[in-house]
Design a protein around this ligand. Structure first.
Ligand code: NCD
Length: 330
């Protein structure tokens, strides 16, 4: 595999291989000296056309811990039309001799275009495109879940056994599925790894054509908690910036949304005792998730951020170091 554009790029063996590699990376991150020489002399560009806090910093930390040089390019505010600016930027990067591009773009499909246009001839990693895909987020979620499945109770996280998957785990993903590349990537990757996924959302926040997705769909969160008995519940951010105006008519009001789809204290207590609470961040506290749930001992939200660095180190290593180290590539 040359690029990572979609969770669909990973079959079961490849996904498990990334998670196992991320465990090896995580072990190095427990040391005082966190830097590995693996990508010394390589240059990675972070090309961010859309806002990001943790994904950009996480990719930067991951590349630096592998000793790569990192160039951060934030395209916010550019007035050039999307296609042209992407092509011009790609050709500039190619001319400067970069070895890998991490791209986040508001247009679904932009990373695919970059990878297959011929404008640039290096591995492309999708760090989130429009409402389409966010494969490294799904990988870090799978990594976090795999660790907890092998620990006793919600508070524990241990390195998962090599070669293990998510066989039989029940995952409930709740909220703004319509605008969520995190939900799309997770449905694909988690089911590839053997988990059962249930999506819970109001009908207005579900995309058309869901029948083809390999998951169950419900509109009632309490029913999902009672029937699906989740090992993990993943709350999605209500993406107000992708709704045409505040509230957007997608739901009656924020308090009403919270009442029906928010993870409050009562729902937290209704979860199975070992269940973990996940959120990709950034959170709307009080809307999709209460402070009580976000800050509870079963919340893995901060842990997900830490795991993101290990997972991105693994992906950068597998895609960029492949030709130096025979047999390590995907
Ligand atoms: C997500 C994203 O940007 O797609 N966040 C992230 O990468 N941590 C989810 C979101 O913005 O709600």
């Amino acid at each position: 595999m040359r690029h990572l554009l979609s969770a669909r790029d990973l079959d079961h063996a490849a996904a498990v291989h990334v998670l196992d590699t991320a465990e090896a990376m995580a072990a190095t991150q427990a040391r005082t000296l966190k830097k590995l020489p693996t990508l010394r002399g390589r240059t990675v560009v972070n090309l961010f056309f859309e806002d990001s806090t943790r994904t950009r910093i996480s990719f930067e930390a991951a590349a630096k811990r592998l000793s790569a040089d990192v160039i951060n390019f934030s395209a916010k505010g550019s007035s050039v039309s999307k296609g042209e600016s992407l092509k011009d930027t790609a050709q500039t990067l190619q001319a400067m001799g970069v070895d890998g591009v991490v791209i986040r773009h508001q247009a679904s499909g932009a990373p695919y275009r970059l990878a297959h246009s011929g404008w640039i001839d290096v591995p492309v990693l999708n760090a989130g495109d429009g409402t389409h895909q966010h494969p490294t987020q799904a990988l870090l979620d799978a990594f976090t879940l795999r660790r907890h499945l092998h620990a006793a109770g919600a508070a524990g996280s241990v390195p998962a056994p090599e070669g293990s998957d998510l066989g039989g785990a029940s995952v409930v993903i709740v909220g703004d599925v319509l605008h969520s590349r995190v939900a799309r990537s997770n449905v694909e990757l988690l089911t590839t790894l053997g988990a059962r996924v249930t999506l819970v959302a109001p009908p207005t926040l579900l995309p058309v054509g869901m029948e083809a997705w390999p998951c169950t769909v419900r509109h009632d969160l309490d029913e999902a908690i009672a029937v699906d008995r989740p090992d993990a519940i993943m709350m999605l951010r209500v993406q107000r910036e992708r709704m045409s105006f505040a509230g957007g008519g997608f739901f009656p009001s924020p308090p009403e949304y919270h009442r029906r789809y928010g993870l409050d204290g009562a729902r937290l207590r209704a979860l199975p005792e070992h269940a973990i609470v996940m959120h990709p961040g950034p959170m709307n506290r009080g809307l999709e998730i209460s402070a009580e749930a976000a800050d509870s001992p079963r919340s893995t939200i901060v842990e997900q951020v830490a795991n993101g660095v290990s997972v991105r180190m693994a992906v950068l290593y597998l895609l960029l170091a492949g030709d130096q180290n025979e047999g390590t590539g995907l």
